[in-house]
Design a protein around this ligand. Structure first.
Ligand SMILES: [Zn+2]
Length: 419
């Protein structure tokens, strides 16, 4: 399998060359380099005997059918869906998304060799990152039938409406509804993806089975103090909004760090954005707007912590004569991966000779959208250095090989059951 792992990595590197910007990889939804990716993957799919098409949202889809489909059991007639996305963030690495697609094709190669009895559909999702239109998961939304038509009127940064971008790519936006798959035809969805985090490397593990995609709460906070002259306002008469915000930020960090090391493992909180007014060197800050991104796989714990951190903000503000306002900008519940399919994947991981490590995903993935319609699960591959969304993103040959060994076990076990 080592040679196939090398081939998968080489494919990712080659596909990284299909880009909007010379010298770096940027490939947004339905931009010209997506055509090159499609042409390349279509050739590979056809060489594997797959029937290939592009649906109206731009997902490239290849269907592999086993021979002798007439004698199949009911389960075996359902299809196993594999895949991930082929769009990227600006200045991306070579593996986020794409690796899941090329690994899926290697699984199909294995399926041919072991006479896997079920159809396999490989989907290269056209859009997952949400870069071009600010809305993620366009590809998987269409496949699961939850694409909202009014998004077609959305404009990108250049003022191009989504429906026009779809037409310019040679597709018909009126046919997006036809991209949806009937859940009765689906056995389940498996997405392979780099971890995009440092956990597996820290634990010296190659793979993990994802059991949930963690929910997230995003809040906007505003600390309102009093802008005033930096020279004439004595320290004890100040209402400095930035000093209050700064105290709260470090308080969030220490509280969440303690909680994550104790009762609430996996809890993470980030203040990633801050804007202050008037933002002048000789004026006491009057207003500070900042963001809080809070993630944990327990919906209950996450909402408790959001309340706790907000109460902390109010306490700190009050002590400083500052006011604080807050607004919930996003609250997304945790998506559990399908228990049965996840257990099956974990058993394949174990059978292939690897510890069946389970890990929640801190990032969103197409599997999260797919999970609403049919069983879905994910296999994570170690991210060297924990680096992703960056040109230094990497993957190890032995980890890619491990994912292929798992694929063989997974399909062998499934085949033995449905035949
Ligand atoms: Zn991704």
């Amino acid at each position: 399998m080592r040679d196939r792992a090398q081939r998968a990595i080489a494919e990712c590197k080659l596909i990284a060359g299909f880009t909007e910007e010379p010298g770096r990889t940027t490939r947004r939804f339905l931009t010209p380099p997506v055509r090159d990716v499609h042409a390349h993957l279509r050739d590979r799919m056809e060489a594997l005997g797959m029937t290939v098409g592009v649906d109206a949202i731009g997902n490239l889809r290849g269907l592999w059918q086993p021979e002798g489909t007439d004698r199949m059991s009911e389960t075996a007639r359902k299809r196993l869906i594999l895949g991930s996305h082929i769009d990227t963030v600006p200045n991306a690495g070579a593996y986020d998304g794409v690796l899941g697609v090329v690994l899926a094709l290697e699984w199909v190669q294995i399926a041919r060799e072991i006479a896997f009895p079920m159809p396999i559909e490989v989907i290269a999702f056209s859009e997952e990152e949400g870069v071009r239109y600010g809305v993620p998961f366009l590809g998987s939304r269409a496949v699961t039938g939850i694409f909202v038509e009014k998004m077609l009127a959305d404009e990108d940064a250049e003022g191009i409406r989504m429906e026009d971008a779809i037409r310019a790519f040679g597709l018909d936006p009126a046919k997006i509804g036809e991209a949806a798959i009937d859940p009765a035809e689906v056995y389940g969805f498996v997405e392979m993806h780099i971890e995009q985090g440092p956990v597996l490397e820290a634990e010296n593990l190659q793979l993990a089975v994802v059991d949930a995609i963690v929910g997230q709460t995003r809040l906007g906070l505003r600390f309102i103090g009093q802008a005033n002259h930096a020279g004439t306002t004595p320290m004890h008469l100040r209402r400095d909004a930035l000093a209050a915000a700064a105290e709260w930020i470090t308080s969030v960090e220490s509280a969440v760090r303690d909680a994550a090391a104790g009762d609430e493992p996996g809890l993470v909180a980030t203040v990633g954005k801050i804007e202050l007014k008037p933002n002048a060197g000789n004026v006491i800050p009057g207003t500070v707007d900042l963001s809080l991104d809070l993630r944990h796989d327990s919906n209950y714990a996450r909402s408790q912590w959001a309340n706790h951190l907000l109460a902390d903000a109010r306490r700190i503000a009050h002590q400083r004569g500052v006011e604080v306002e807050s607004v919930v900008k996003m609250s997304e519940r945790t998506t559990e991966m399908d228990r049965h399919l996840t257990a099956r994947l974990a058993s394949a991981v174990e059978d292939a000779g690897f510890p069946p490590k389970r890990l929640p995903s801190g990032a969103g993935h197409d599997a999260m959208v797919m999970a609403a319609r049919w069983p879905a699960t994910m296999l994570f591959l170690r991210s060297p250095g924990g680096i992703s969304h960056h040109p230094d993103e990497a993957v190890r040959e032995e980890d890619v090989e491990a994912a292929l060994l798992v694929g063989r076990k997974f399909m062998e076990q499934l085949a033995a059951e449905v035949r």
